[in-house]
Design a protein around this ligand. Structure first.
Ligand SMILES: [Zn+2]
Length: 417
């Protein structure tokens, strides 16, 4: 396949962006969590301005926004937006990334030169089956690549470049945005929905070509606290109640073959103890609770409560209290109220010659938070694969397809207004 101008642009941008170390840090209290993210964010402002997005700017929290002016004569075309995050995962080094383009890949093992034990194999990566003949981009073996989410960043900028160069394509006002700190769950925290001014947006942060993600988990956290009674151990007979033992009994009663992250997949929910604060007097167990429907969360929380009450009934004098906090909700609840947001995305994917692959995310996204902040935001594929890993990869052809989908979406929203 000959290289198109769009593919050259998106690949060139991607190869450049990944050399910036933009790792976020969950232990930092600042926003963005690391100052190094600002270096890339500022570069993006300059690049958007160079493309003609004259209002492009970064705010004090690191959020970049810019506007592609409308080309249509229609007055009623909704403003839509495209978003990507610049930070990379704290789980793997993103410093000194050396991207390698494996042109016209023929299916052979890809040995990463800086660690010969890091080998990307067709047999172990089902997604690679669709990539024979394509240009596969990897890191060199000692770092992640950063395709999550610099593939998305490069795609949004390349789409902006394409639209600015083709004013004959009718579209409404299009907003672009780049955000920090997605990987530490704070990407939506300081996002100014009002200033962004769009009716809906799309994050470009999905994996496989054609993918459209419109569902996320609904999530709560639940703390179960057991109150015992502490005394001097030498004088404890008939008075001490050891809450550590009560909590251990409770944890022992949790189902072993179901309702846990390690025994569920697809659309099944779970509860998951992940922190224990223990002392003889008082022990609390923290859970995350997940399901795709909010009613499913309540069922699981009721079950935990029931098990905890049965436990304290077996330990004379022990008591238990519960605290449930909402974390986030399935964005489908919002998207169902705006069916055209999803319908137009399906159409844009089909026009790029792909079949939409819809899939429910067993987690949350910035988009799920933004959807409940008033900006309905499903997630589109960016092509990033094996994310947070030294074997991360993306293909040039998938990035090009993603740019095509962004441009198609702008057209579809205009046509159907
Ligand atoms: Zn991501």
């Amino acid at each position: 396949m000959p290289e198109t101008a769009t593919r050259l642009s998106v690949v060139e941008r991607f190869l450049r962006y990944v050399t910036y170390d933009t790792q976020s840090d969950e232990n930092s209290k600042t926003c963005p969590s690391t100052a190094k993210q600002l270096v890339l964010l500022d570069l993006l402002v300059a690049e958007l301005k160079a493309l003609g997005l004259t209002d492009a700017s970064r705010d004090e929290n690191g959020y970049v926004m810019g506007t592609i002016p409308a080309t249509t004569r229609k007055k009623n075309v909704p403003v839509i937006g495209f978003l990507a995050h610049v930070d990379t995962s704290p789980e793997q080094s993103g410093a000194g990334v050396k991207p390698i383009v494996h042109k016209g890949w023929r299916g052979q093992d890809i040995v990463l030169p800086d660690d010969p034990k890091a080998v990307l194999k067709l047999a172990e990566n089902s997604e690679l089956k669709e990539q024979i003949g394509n240009d596969i981009i990897t890191a060199s073996g000692t770092t992640l690549l950063g395709a999550d989410n610099k593939a998305g960043v490069a795609e949004v900028v390349a789409a902006a470049e394409f639209l600015m160069a083709h004013p004959e394509i009718p579209h409404g006002t299009v907003k672009v945005g780049f955000t920090p700190d997605e990987e530490i769950g704070r990407g939506a925290d300081k996002f100014d929905v009002k200033k962004f001014g769009a009716f809906c947006a799309y994050t470009l942060d999905g994996q496989t070509r054609g993918m459209l993600e419109i569902e996320t988990f609904s999530a709560d956290s639940m703390t179960v606290t057991f109150q015992g009674f502490n005394t001097h151990p030498g004088l404890a007979k008939d008075t001490m109640i050891n809450s550590i033992k009560v909590a251990a009994d409770f944890i022992h009663r949790l189902p072993k073959d179901r309702l846990s992250p390690e025994t569920t997949s697809g659309r099944e929910g779970f509860f998951h103890p992940y922190v224990l604060n223990a002392s003889v007097d008082r022990t609390s167990v923290k859970f995350i609770v997940r399901d795709f429907v909010t009613a499913g969360l309540a069922e699981k929380e009721a079950m935990l409560e029931q098990l905890a009450r049965e436990t304290v009934a077996a330990w004379a004098g022990a008591t238990v209290t519960f605290k449930v906090e909402e974390s986030y909700r399935n964005m489908k609840e919002v998207l169902d109220r705006h069916p055209q947001v999803v319908e137009h995305a399906r159409e844009a994917i089909r026009r790029a010659g792909l079949e939409p692959r819809e899939h429910a995310i067993r987690g949350g996204t910035d988009g799920s938070r933004l959807s409940f902040m008033g900006l309905p935001t499903p997630n589109l594929f960016a092509g990033e694969q094996n994310i947070h890993s030294r074997l991360e990869w993306v293909s040039a052809q998938d990035m090009e397809k993603s740019v095509e989908v962004i441009v198609n979406l702008c057209r579809v929203w205009e046509e159907r207004a």
